[in-house]
Design a protein around this ligand. Structure first.
Ligand SMILES: Nc1ncnc2c1ncn2[C@@H]1O[C@H](COP(=O)(O)OP(=O)(O)O)[C@@H](O)[C@H]1O
Ligand SMILES: O=c1ccn([C@@H]2O[C@H](COP(=O)(O)OP(=O)(O)O)[C@@H](O)[C@H]2O)c(=O)[nH]1
Ligand SMILES: [Mg+2]
Length: 235
């Protein structure tokens, strides 16, 4: 499957900093460190404590593409529980938990939070929710996230949606979002676009190779886009 290249924003924004890519690693813990902690004991690997194995779908796409907007509609229409991993992280910040300060710093920089933290939050959210059909919005954002998910939760996603649109439109949508988010500014969004390209596109390619990827053209009205999504879940 061909993934359409998004147009560079360099013409639009001269302050793009592609060299930041080289420093783009998960905050704090390295991959190996993540796998040496109590949270990842082998006996617990790849399981969730639930009466029935839940159905999991992943929803991916760049910043501001409309993942959350479409997830709300998919969840309402097709009976899924919508879990935005970004929202789970923002809750940690507002509740001032042990991870709060680290998460705030990572989100402000537009980087990816250590998989250990994210997957733990996701696992708790899945286990504590009574339903068993989930849309996981904005995760996995890197191959490291994906592997950690497989180790700790281990439920193969049925569908992976990829909302695709050009960078200029994504930036425009982020800057009009108006939710008071610390990362909704030009510099962080430029960084997030580079992180998306370097770290999330490989995850998208992985699921494309597995035949699970549904690529949706995310240009158009919310209604038009939802019409493109519906057939995937209507079958
Ligand atoms: N199809 C669309 N066209 C224009 N704006 C949109 C569209 N879908 C969503 N938006 C707006 O773009 C912004 C980002 O949408 P959101 O769902 O938060 O995206 P994401 O979760 O991918 O970052 C929001 O202000 C939302 O209202
Ligand atoms: O699995 C995740 C999901 C989110 N984030 C962080 O949370 C921010 C916001 O994510 P969200 O999905 O809310 O943003 P959106 O793409 O919807 O604008 C990201 O830039 C990351 O810093 C993360 O580290 N891992
Ligand atoms: Mg979102």
């Amino acid at each position: 499957m061909m993934l359409r290249r998004v147009s560079p924003l360099s013409k639009l924004i001269s302050a793009a900093k592609p060299s930041l890519l080289l420093n783009q690693v998960a905050y704090g813990l390295s991959f190996m460190e993540a796998f040496s902690t109590d949270a990842l004991k082998p006996a617990e690997a790849g399981t969730v404590s639930k009466a029935r194995t839940p159905i999991i779908n992943f929803v991916l796409g760049g910043p501001g593409v409309g993942k959350g907007t479409q997830c709300t509609r998919i969840a309402e229409t097709f009976g899924f529980t919508h879990l935005s991993v970004g929202d789970l992280l923002r809750k940690e910040i507002s509740s001032n938990t042990e991870y709060g300060a680290m998460i705030l710093e990572t989100i402000t920089k537009g980087k990816i939070v250590a998989s250990e933290v994210t997957v733990k939050l996701l696992k708790t959210a899945i286990e504590s929710n009574e339903t068993d059909r989930f849309l996981i919005d904005g995760f996995p954002r890197s191959e490291e996230n994906r592997v950690a998910y497989e180790q700790i939760i281990g439920i193969e996603p049925e569908v992976v949606l990829f909302f695709d649109c050009d960078e200029e439109e994504m930036l425009k949508r982020v800057l009009h979002r108006n939710q008071g988010r610390v990362d909704d500014n030009i510099d962080t969004t430029m960084q997030r676009l580079r992180v998306f390209e370097a770290y999330t596109l490989p995850v998208i390619r992985y699921y494309s190779r597995k035949g699970k990827l549904h690529k949706i053209n995310a240009i158009g009205t919310e209604d038009e886009i939802f019409e493109r999504v519906k057939p995937i879940f209507a079958t």
